[in-house]
Ligand binder design. Structure first.
Ligand code: FAD
Length: 498
């Protein structure tokens, strides 16, 4: 009597492979399509989801409901108390609605795969078939193999294979059809079994922002699919051309800030790549041809695929383990005051503090700065990288397990294809190179606004420090030179133990 599509991190109706298949199945069977979204506060808590991310997801669900309404497709939303109850609830709803099929897009993290395995089993017991499709990556995990038939652990050859796959098969980027409109009498037919669509709830207790904060975030990050397309169009029109030159400079509005949409699934990665390719100005289907900005941006979107492929092949990275097991032996410092200074943006290293305050103020941080603060936490402060990884998830609006874990693995040199451990970012040089005029620092660290010239990067060293001191800006909590030596020793010692 119905086909169900269960939305998770795919909160859109356009270019959604699972939804497309569900719509086709419903049409073929002449039955209505029902959308389902389950709010699971325990899952959010277990995965350290930030209040901003939870709010963004719920707002996007409300938008999605509006979009689906226009197609006469109802979106049922309900909250489950215990995440272990999800399989029974999905099976129960399918039974109640008389659905023989439930569709969804695959989530590759270990917890989610386990949940889905239980859902499949439970539904099978009720005679309901669950179909989980690949959707979130441009190239599904498992399709790209090294010459020896294994998974790539290095980005560059992996990217070559990725490009060859995308260029070689028109299907890879093909836009999935929309779900189609439900027949006019669909709701009528559901009347006996339909218990109402359920309100899109407020964020659960303990995951709510206060009113002012919520309003600020909502203004900064409008949710939903239409907004994702608007942002994508504007970026392609105005900024992608200069992306290659500007993307490393945090003061420049040089990147797309689409990560929040790609993480919530209000935009598909395929759509992002297609849009970039279409604005390349060349009549080509290839993703490695065209202006530098376009090619570079596509290669960044590909990093998102890369880290998902890694996670599927080496699932232990989902379990708080470093990709490189030998680095499990590093003796971290666990200095609480250092961690607090890092979290609060009060380390006395202006570029680090500016970045941490940008994250606190907007829920987002520039990629260059993510690398700088990750390296600073793991190497200068010798704090366990997992503390930083968790803090990012707890505060960022675009928190995405695979990209975050991959990024931290890179910065702390414990991950796949990482920065070699002996390459330790010097925060001062990074600051001078990527924020040469101190514009980014001045924006986020108001205490330093009046510090002139190069002293902005190092107000107590290069500057006299009087102004910074007067304004209450802290002195550096550590000496980079000494910390560098300490980090080299700690990493080396871990390798020698192995
Ligand atoms: P753009 O430069 O416009 O890139 C377009 C898209 O490509 C991004 O939206 C993103 O989906 C993808 N992308 C770009 N760079 C990367 C990358 N290095 N790794 C994976 N995907 C990439 N990204 C997240 O989406 N969520 C995270 O939680 C996250 N945590 C990170 C933690 C660390 C320590 C580091 C170093 C990087 C992290 N990244 C994360 C990757 C990257 O910093 C962000 O995707 C990017 O800054 C988002 O801004 P943008 O949308 O303007 O990116």
């Amino acid at each position: 009597r119905a086909v169900v599509h269960w939305f998770r991190a795919d909160l859109r109706q356009r270019d959604n492979r699972g939804l497309c298949a569900a719509g086709a199945a419903a049409r073929a069977a002449g039955v209505p399509l029902i959308g389902l979204y389950i709010v699971s506060p325990q899952d959010w808590a277990a995965h350290a989801a930030s209040a901003a991310r939870v709010d963004f997801a719920l707002r996007s669900v409300a938008r999605l409901r509006g979009d689906l309404d226009a197609l006469d497709i109802p979106l049922h939303v309900e909250t489950v108390g215990a995440r272990g109850d999800i399989p029974a609830r999905v099976a129960g709803l399918a039974r109640r609605w008389g659905a023989r099929e439930v569709y969804a897009n695959m989530e590759y993290e270990v917890d989610e795969l386990r949940r889905d395995a239980r859902v499949v089993r439970r539904c099978a017991g009720e005679g309901v078939r669950v179909r989980v499709l690949h959707d979130t990556c441009v190239v599904p995990p498992g399709e790209l193999k090294t010459g020896a038939g294994g998974q790539y652990a290095v980005y560059t050859p992996w990217f070559r294979a990725w490009v060859a796959r995308v260029n070689g098969d028109g299907e890879v980027l093909r836009e999935a059809e929309g779900p189609g409109r439900n027949p006019g009498d669909a709701r009528e037919r559901l009347r006996d079994v339909w218990e109402g669509a359920g309100e899109v709830p407020e964020a659960p207790e303990g995951m709510r922002m206060d009113k002012d904060e919520r309003e600020r975030m909502r203004k900064m990050w409008p949710a939903g699919e239409a907004e994702a397309w608007r942002r994508l169009g504007k970026f392609c029109e105005e900024r992608i051309g200069a992306y290659a030159e500007k993307r490393n400079f945090p003061a420049a509005d040089g990147t797309s800030s689409l990560s929040v949409h790609l993480a919530a699934g209000t935009l598909s990665a395929r759509a992002a790549v297609r849009a970039a390719r279409e604005c390349s100005g060349k009549k080509t289907d290839k993703v490695d041809v065209g202006p530098e900005g376009v090619k570079t941006w596509i290669s960044e979107v590909a990093w998102r695929d890369f880290y998902r492929h890694v996670l599927v092949h080496w699932p232990y990275v989902c379990m708080n383990k470093p990709f490189k097991p030998e680095y499990a032996n590093i003796e971290w410092s666990y200095d609480k005051s250092h961690l607090t200074a890092w979290q609060e943006g009060r380390t006395g290293f202006p570029i680090v503090d500016a970045a941490m305050r940008q994250a606190a103020g907007t829920g987002w941080m520039h990629n260059r700065c993510r690398m700088i603060v990750a390296s600073f936490l793991a190497k200068d402060l010798l704090l366990d990288w997992r503390l930083g990884e968790r803090w990012f998830m707890e505060h960022l609006i675009d928190g995405d397990f695979a990209s975050n874990s991959g990024g931290w693995g890179f910065g702390a040199s414990v991950g796949v294809d990482p920065q070699p451990y002996f390459r330790i970012f010097n925060p001062l040089l990074q600051s001078e190179k990527f924020d040469p005029d101190g514009e980014y620092i001045r924006k986020w660290v108001p205490e330093l606004r009046d510090v002139e010239g190069k002293a902005i990067h190092d107000p107590y060293g290069r500057g006299k420090g009087a102004l910074a001191k007067k304004m209450g800006y802290p002195e550096p909590i550590v000496s980079h030179k000494e910390c560098r030596e300490r980090a080299l020793k700690a990493y080396k010692a871990a390798l020698e133990q192995d």
